[in-house]
Design a protein around this ligand. Structure first.
Ligand code: SF4
Length: 760
């Protein structure tokens, strides 16, 4: 059922008018980081609001940064406990700009959808609930109660709860996430896809299978004890910037830091800590001691090469005692590594045998190693194998359950790990459902729900009537943008709980509702007084977050209050107590979720508390065999083909997920534009192209082509045969059915593409 008024989807695909390219930066941080952070903060928030917010962010009694999930250094917080991108994320939310009903009246959905994502984000905070009637061209204000009745009636009219999908973005607090999943399961479905499906799902899957836990096994204090840090498929300088201070401290201790990434990112070369004079006026601290510019998706080969050198040439580095006591499968791995050919390793990784041997020797000397990774490993067809090769490498040296050692998948969204812990998952464990059912006296649905890709396919097939998103920008974050756009348009009703205008408000079902919510930075007054929420960071620390800024509008509701009102309108359940005092939600969490016992008392401790972790705390591997499992993986045969490249989608430095802060990416020397493609200079020559040429990027998958138009070629230090370009602009190239084996994560990091010069 398509709708007549629907605008053409894609944002303008035109060449950037003011693109400038300079040499990439040799360091991250420095005075520029301070200047950019303060400029963005004062421009958006004004001086007073900026000072108040920046002195409150990531403080023990303040609010949690709405950016990434890097933990706070509880024992040594600074007055300015934020990074440049944290300041931008705060400014983005606490902006004084307002997207009012008057602006919606002035701009039709068609007009708005032709604007860039940057422009949409700059329109500011939503102030009122808005409704787009069937066939209407403009959003109009709607009363909260009317909105809830519309949603409730539509949900009650469904033939089955599985005709509704409830998406969650990683910013949602634990309290909101817990009652949201309860609401959805009381409705009768597990259709709870989340942004984790598109990012670290492969990590969770790979680790659950091998070490019996989906969460990282290290705490921040472990970084003080490590003698070797491997940072693979991650760009901390942009995506987890406070991690640079942790790396700096380690480097100054003589810790070896190995960077594995197709791109030599400034944030792993050198850090100029803006909180130190030497960082402002000096050259800063060199970080990576070794950089391996692996080819896109060459990680399995590289990691096997490193392991091969260790088992063959550094037998003392193989922790036989740990392996005998705690693991299974070593013999098969050992055989496979010894039989693996160096030709295959070098050809697939793009790294010379001598360089692999050099790094393997460093790792072999390590007595306490941590491996950190992010999307660069998780969004490939063989993503689970990528991560299990890291687990193999750590198991070889016994790097689990001792200080300074372990696995560290670094989460990109502030509470994405917490949401999963609260039950936001389409494939909940039987234990969780039993505990939830016992606490709330019902039988939760046990059939798996749709993950993100399955939800899009179900919408596209007309099986979903209602799409509800708690935060996020689903359309721009999702793969195969045109396909996802038409999928959303198949729905009868789409509902977005949001703080700011984004593209998912413009590609809608027949009817659409926007519910504007409070942000992290804002005071949340409920019947029992000011409320706080709790979140869980990448390292399993649960802590409180309380905003103190005046809300952007008197017409906003908190996420827990929205869910409580939804339950009343749909289930006729009186959840007003949940909205009135979040302690009542936490009491329930304490009874349902292991590790959260006595939550209300423990969350009021300064710095919160650390969740137990069986692997970290006592080398307990909760696998079927109760042993950590070595796994054997073949080197993927990527078969890219003639005149084709592997493209990886990346973020710029002025971007957080799909929120665009500016058109600059100063660490990579990109200014005033986003439609660029990074290409090796020799490849440019070999393909008779030139830097600055305008090209279309075309992906090729199962005989189907997808096109992203008008990009400028930028000559860049990237392995031959590899390209890089920003998302969400290139998400249109990601085939919906191209997902990671087992984990189903979209393969946004390795797309087979060609580039076609376009006439200018
Ligand atoms: S490192 Fe992440 S959580 Fe910390 S201030 Fe920066 S963006 Fe926010």
């Amino acid at each position: 059922m398509t709708h007549l008024r629907k605008p053409e989807y894609l944002p303008p695909q035109v060449l950037d008018a003011h693109l400038q390219v300079s040499a990439p930066a040799e360091s991250a941080g420095g005075l520029a980081a301070v200047r950019v952070a303060l400029t963005a903060s004062v421009q958006q928030m004004g001086v007073a609001r900026a000072v108040s917010a920046l002195l409150d962010v990531n403080q023990a009694t303040g609010f949690d940064c709405p950016g990434c999930a890097w933990p706070d250094p509880d024992d040594r917080r600074s007055v300015a406990e934020f990074c440049e991108n944290g300041a931008k994320a705060v400014a983005e939310e606490a902006t004084r700009a307002r997207m009012t009903p008057e602006l919606f009246a002035a701009h039709s959905v068609d007009e708005l959808s032709r604007q860039t994502d940057l422009w949409l984000g700059q329109q500011g905070r939503l102030t009122h609930p808005m409704y787009l009637a069937a066939g209407a061209s403009h959003y109009a204000p709607i009363a909260w109660q009317t909105a809830f009745e519309k949603i409730g009636n539509r949900l009650k009219s469904l033939a089955s709860a599985s005709e509704a999908v409830f998406y969650t973005s990683g910013r949602t607090s634990n309290e909101a996430a817990f009652i949201y999943q309860l609401f959805v399961r009381l409705l009768g479905t597990n259709n709870l896809p989340d942004c984790s499906n598109m990012c670290h799902e492969s990590s969770g899957y790979a680790m659950s299978q091998t070490i019996g836990s989906a969460k990282g096994t290290v705490s921040l204090r472990d970084f003080d004890a490590a003698d070797c840090l491997v940072v693979i498929g991650q760009n901390p300088g942009t995506n987890h910037p406070r991690m640079l201070r942790t790396l700096q401290d380690a480097a100054r201790r003589g810790c070896q830091i190995i960077s594995i990434n197709p791109l030599a990112e400034a944030g792993l070369k050198r850090f100029r800590d803006p909180q130190e004079l030497s960082g402002i006026f000096g050259a800063g601290t060199p970080l990576a001691t070794h950089h391996l510019p692996v080819k896109i998706n060459g990680d399995v080969a590289l990691l096997k090469g490193i392991q091969k050198v260790i088992v063959e040439n550094h037998p003392s580095a193989v922790d036989r005692e740990f392996i005998a006591a705690h693991t299974a499968g070593f013999a098969a791995l050992d055989r496979d590594l010894r039989s693996e050919s160096w030709d295959a390793i070098v050809q697939s990784s793009g790294i010379a045998e001598s360089d692999i041997r050099r790094v393997a020797a460093v790792i072999a000397r390590s007595r306490a190693m941590i491996c950190c990774w992010a999307m660069g490993l998780t969004q490939h067809q063989n993503a689970v194998a990528n991560i299990q090769e890291i687990i193999n490498l750590l198991l070889l040296g016994g790097h689990f359950g001792r200080p300074g050692a372990g696995a560290c998948p670094v989460r990109g969204h502030s509470n994405v790990q917490g949401d999963r812990t609260m039950g936001i998952w389409e494939r909940p464990s039987p234990e969780f459902l039993r505990s939830l059912g016992a606490e709330f006296q019902f039988t939760p649905p046990s059939a798996a729900g749709y993950n993100t890709v399955e939800a899009i396919e179900a919408m596209h097939a007309g099986k979903v009537k209602v799409f509800f998103a708690l935060g996020g920008n689903f359309l721009s974050a999702a793969p195969d943008t045109s396909y996802t756009a038409s999928a959303l348009q198949q729905c009868e009703l789409t509902v977005q709980v949001s703080t700011k205008l984004n593209r998912s408000h413009l590609i809608t079902g027949a009817e659409a509702i926007i519910l504007p919510c409070l942000g992290r930075t804002e005071r949340d007054m409920q019947q029992s007084g000011a409320q706080f929420v709790c979140v869980e960071n990448s390292m399993g620390v649960v802590h409180a977050s309380q905003g103190r800024l005046d809300p952007a509008s008197p017409h906003l509701m908190s996420e827990p209050a929205i869910v409580a009102a939804l339950a009343r309108a749909t289930l006729s359940s009186d959840w007003s107590h949940f909205a009135a005092n979040y302690d009542t939600i936490r009491d329930r969490i304490a009874r349902v979720i292991p590790g959260f016992e006595n939550l209300n008392a423990r969350i009021r401790q300064p710095n919160g508390f650390e969740l137990p972790h069986p692997v970290r705390d006592r080398r307990e591997f909760r696998t079927p065999s109760e042993r950590a499992q070595f796994t054997v993986h073949a080197i993927p045969n990527l078969n890219v083909g003639e005149n084709r490249f592997l493209l990886t989608t990346i973020r710029s430095h002025d971007q957080f997920n799909t929120s665009i802060y500016s058109l600059n990416d100063r660490y990579r020397g990109i200014h005033g534009g986003r439609r660029i493609v990074l290409m090796n200079a020799d490849d440019i020559l070999a393909h008779k192209l030139a830097a600055g040429d305008a090209v279309d990027i075309v992906s090729h998958h199962l005989g189907i082509q997808r096109r992203a138009k008008n990009f400028r070629i930028v000559a860049y230090e990237i392995p031959r045969g590899c390209l890089a370009s920003y998302f969400p602009e290139t998400n249109v190239l990601v085939p919906i059915e191209s997902v990671a084996e087992l984990s189903h994560t979209p393969t946004s990091k390795s797309l087979i593409v060609s580039v076609e010069r376009v006439a200018q």
